[in-house]
Design a protein around this ligand. Structure first.
Ligand code: ZN
Length: 297
């Protein structure tokens, strides 16, 4: 069985497990100034499943069109499902989860769902560099986090008409992130962990031991509900220590929304990983690489 992974920008991937096609997030069409990935949403005509890590536009926007075009079933939070219902996706194509479920995707592929955490996007305006050590912001209430998020959205709106148009087009009425989820795919050739935002519960990651882990590398990491006291590189390395995968693929680390995001410098992450977990292979994947996920390189 051939298992391949194509990165389609931000935290969106197309996972092909033999004949089975699974989208990991669905954000494909982005602002015109973001680097083209070579795929537009209108070209996607095959998908069996779509898993959505959380309900923010840079993850969920596009799922409604892929679901309509392909008949794929969407696995996501109750918030994700509520949004897609409101956009006319039939109930039969929607599978709400909250963590703790195992979903069968085919005769020999399943996915385990776990609760997770969202990155502390409220704690910064410009994305911090991968080696920038960030301290403080502990014990910030939800109300204060929401106030800072409002400020952030105001700032995004000030990035010019291109961003404003995109924010309007992609607004699906999400109430926050809807609760971030983590997915662990079990295939005959190996297991794949998928995370689409830099947050985690350390007790859940501990010793999951996936063969390959897709880990988000953007913003300020969220470790057990508090901002990481350290750098993004240290956050990814901490997750790697807990998970102990054979191989890591990064996500969310490209310049997906110029003016807000940044192309994350992978070098500090590579350095930190080689310090704490030298046996783990860090894969730097371009868009649409058709990467053989479990094969030797
Ligand atoms: Zn998000």
């Amino acid at each position: 069985m051939t298992v391949t992974l194509d990165w389609l920008g931000c935290a969106t991937f197309r996972l092909a497990i033999g004949e089975l096609v699974v989208f990991l997030d669905a954000y494909v069409d982005r602002v015109p100034s973001a680097a083209p990935t070579g795929v537009t949403i209108g070209e996607i005509d095959r998908a069996d499943w779509i898993v959505i890590g959380h309900s923010h536009f840079d993850h969920l926007y596009g799922a409604e069109r892929i679901a309509r075009a392909t008949g794929a079933t969407v696995i996501g939070s109750y918030e994700t499902v509520r949004i897609l219902q409101a956009q006319g996706i039939p109930q039969a194509q929607l599978l709400p989860v909250a963590g703790g479920e195992t979903v069968r995707l085919s005769a020999d592929v399943t996915v385990d769902v776990f609760p997770s955490q969202h990155s502390c996007v409220w704690s910064h305006r410009a994305m911090p560099a991968a080696d920038a050590v960030c301290l403080g912001d502990l014990g910030v209430t939800l109300q204060e986090q929401q106030r800072r998020m409002q400020e952030l959205f105001g700032f995004l709106g000030s990035l010019g008409p291109e961003v404003l148009d995109h924010l309007r087009a992609s607004a699906q009425g999400a109430l926050g992130d809807g609760g971030a989820l983590l997915f662990l795919f079990q295939t005959p050739d190996g297991s794949l962990l998928y995370q689409d935002t830099s947050g985690c519960w350390s007790g859940i990651l501990r010793d999951l031991r996936p063969d390959v882990a897709i880990l988000a590398a953007a913003g300020r990491g969220n470790l057990d509900g508090e901002p990481i006291q350290g750098s993004l590189a240290q956050f990814v390395a901490r997750e790697a220590e807990l998970l102990r995968p054979r191989r890591i693929v990064l996500s969310h680390h490209d310049d997906w929304l110029p003016g807000f995001s940044r192309a994350v410098d992978v070098a500090p992450i590579r350095a930190e990983l080689s310090r704490v977990a030298p046996a783990i292979e860090l894969v730097e994947m371009g868009y649409r690489a058709g990467f053989p996920l479990f094969g030797r390189r």
